[in-house]
Design a protein around this ligand. Structure first.
Ligand code: NAP
Length: 381
């Protein structure tokens, strides 16, 4: 295992060079990998394993669109596609990739098929870490581990097809056979991971729940909404408020930050933007730090998991969710965003260019002006 230095701290990382696919195939040659669930992670992980020459089957409830999708993807009923119970029985490694709520509901069934020496695999630490709430307590004589790709199943598949790998974290909760490490790492490579970062179940789920409620989705939407509202209250048009809050960030700055880091961004913008960003970032850090602390505590004490289990299992869950999503969708912020996105050159109908050159030129010109304004090396922010 390689030790890599991350900003002064050494961490264990497994690379594809030290654990190549050949080795993974060797470790898994006598295993049947049963991927239970064919939602988002299921297809990515099952297809990548199949293309990597691993003996993989899918367990999915019948008479659903998802069952049909598995068939369209080449899984064959009775050969590589089974009802969940049959797949559980055949699998020596059970990849439990149902939604977190369904994992709780199906647990009594899964438990029946966890005979000694089998392995139970997750892609999230949720079920095990919050086992007082989920009831997921595996028997002692099976291996329990996780590989959590740091992205959606769609990205996992897409990057695999491009010959790249998505980074994943991995963790071992229980090593009953003495083979848990080689099994989990072999699976990590087989599902299409690039690098595998060591963690444990608790840290995986705590950081994941904090991240999605924080800067990945919750906090970022909150900051967008606050800045947009201030600009609107001060008389800026919706398009101007949106461009300065979201469009410039996603279209121009974030790709550069992804490539080079925010430190580089700070060193490569106009002096005016640089001065302002250096003056203000710590104020934002200090203002939001107490909220992040509250969020982490809510995760750590099990409040977030309990809330998610309670609300997601209510019979009218879908309707209530639709109403919340509708509010977001219909907000001025995201309605303005819809129009701004439609002005991007790639979203202009091709026919328009041929039939209405004057209109096309003017829309393009509008966009060009916006793009120039958003050019980060000239004037970010
Ligand atoms: N989404 C991601 O990209 C992502 C990323 C990293 C980790 N993870 C983790 O990976 C795991 C799987 O997540 P996911 O997003 O792929 O799951 P998902 O799409 O929500 O899972 C849907 C699957 O669960 C089945 N299912 C739902 N309710 C069921 C029930 N009551 N009985 C039987 N089957 C049921 C669905 O079958 P039907 O279609 O028939 O309903 C479908 O096969 C989770 O632990 C998640 O935290 C997900």
């Amino acid at each position: 295992m390689a030790k890599l230095n991350f900003g002064g701290v050494e961490e264990n990382v497994v690379t594809r060079e030290e654990f190549p696919l050949k080795k993974a195939q060797q470790v898994l040659k006598n295993e049947t990998i049963a991927v239970i669930g064919y939602g988002v992670q299921g297809p990515g992980q099952a297809l990548n394993q199949r293309d990597n020459g691993i003996n993989v089957i899918v367990g999915q409830r019948k008479n659903s669109k998802t069952w049909d999708k598995a068939i369209r993807d080449g899984f064959v009923p009775g050969k590589t596609l089974f009802e969940i119970e049959e797949a559980l029985q055949k699998g020596t490694i059970i990849c439990y990739l149902l939604s977190d709520a369904a994992q709780i509901a199906l647990w009594p069934t899964v438990q029946k098929y966890l005979t000694p020496g089998k392995a139970l695999y997750f892609s999230h630490g949720f079920g095990i870490t919050f086992n007082e709430q989920t009831g997921i307590v595996p028997p002692k004589d099976v291996d329990v581990f996780l590989v959590a790709p740091k992205g959606s199943g769609t990205s996992l598949r897409r990057m695999f097809l491009q010959g790249r790998g998505l980074n994943s974290s991995y963790a071992i909760y229980q090593d009953a056979t003495g083979r848990a490490f080689e099994r989990v790492v072999a699976l990590g490579i087989a599902v299409g991971s690039g690098y595998l970062f060591e963690t444990d179940f608790r840290k995986e789920v705590y950081s994941d729940l904090t991240g999605e409620r924080g800067t990945l989705m919750g906090a970022i939407q909150g900051i967008f909404a606050a800045q947009f509202q201030v600009l609107r209250d001060k008389g800026h048009s919706p398009s101007e408020a949106f461009n300065e809050t979201v469009e410039e960030l996603t279209q121009s700055l974030m790709p550069l930050v992804a490539e080079n880091g925010m430190d580089w961004m700070y060193g490569n913008c106009s002096t005016t933007a640089q001065r302002g960003a250096l003056d203000w970032w710590k104020k934002f850090r200090d203002a939001t730090a107490p909220v992040f602390k509250e969020l982490y505590e809510s995760v750590e004490t099990g409040k977030e998991s309990q809330r998610s289990i309670d609300l997601n299992s209510q019979p009218d869950y879908r309707e209530k969710l639709e109403a919340e999503l509708k509010e977001l969708h219909e907000s001025e912020l995201w309605q303005a965003g819809k129009t701004v996105r439609s002005l991007r050159p790639e979203n202009q109908p091709k026919a328009e260019a041929a039939t209405a050159p004057a209109a096309t030129v003017s829309i393009k010109e509008v966009f060009r002006q916006q793009a120039l304004k958003a050019e980060p090396l000239v004037n970010p922010g």
